[in-house]
Design a protein around this ligand. Structure first.
Ligand SMILES: Cc1cc2nc3c(=O)[nH]c(=O)nc-3n(C[C@H](O)[C@H](O)[C@H](O)COP(=O)(O)O)c2cc1C
Length: 183
């Protein structure tokens, strides 16, 4: 069975992003785990550079388990509201800890993510202001840091007027993503 790891960048427990994540996970046949950026108590990277020489992260918090989750995941989903055309701050804060994988490769010559192929997906909710391209580009960059190849994205970008729940095109896209993951 396939593991899907989902990063949720929304603070709203019953918001648009949470709804879309739920629409996805209820269709998945394998296991899924959600990392909630606003409540996971994962500290940001402080660039202490321990990972450059030790090949592990010095900060002993919930991210240690997330590192293992990333290595064992077949699918990784970045899901977030769009804030100022970007992913939310707390999600980027958690993501800063992905620097470990960069350091492992660059300074230790170890690519622990190369052992398997991972598919990457992006789910975004935006009120309808501005563009989503920057948030998509950042998501692709983070997926790449986790050894996941970008596959598809589902964007509900008019939630001020049409909630994700009523956005039929994004719901179709979520179904397509679930089918791809289940294949
Ligand atoms: C601080 C802040 C910044 C936002 N910036 C944008 C933006 O740049 N573009 C946009 O379309 N919507 C923006 N929004 C609206 C949210 O993306 C939108 O309400 C989204 O549906 C919230 O998702 P959620 O219900 O999953 O939390 C912003 C909202 C907040 C609170």
């Amino acid at each position: 069975m396939k593991n899907t790891l989902i990063f949720n960048g929304s603070p709203r427990k019953n918001g648009n992003t949470a709804f879309l994540i739920d629409e996805l996970t209820k269709r998945l046949k394998g296991s899924s785990k959600i990392i909630n950026a606003y409540s996971c108590n994962i500290s940001p990277c402080v660039d202490c550079r321990f990972c450059r020489t030790h090949g592990s992260c010095a900060v002993n918090d919930g991210m240690q388990t997330v590192y293992q989750d990333i290595v064992s995941a077949e699918n990784i989903v970045i899901a977030s509201p769009i804030y100022f055309s970007e992913l939310t701050g707390p999600l980027l804060s958690v993501a800063s800890r992905l620097q470990l994988f960069y350091s492992l490769k660059r300074f230790q010559g170890s690519d622990i993510l190369s052992s398997k192929r991972r598919n990457g997906f992006v789910i975004l909710a935006g009120g309808g202001d501005g563009a989503s391209e920057r948030a998509v580009a950042t998501s692709k960059c983070l997926l790449s840091q986790m050894g996941a190849a970008f596959f598809d994205c589902a964007i509900s970008h008019n939630t001020d007027q049409l909630s994700a729940e009523n956005d039929l095109s994004v719901l179709e896209k979520i179904k397509t993503i679930a089918e791809i993951i289940n294949k």
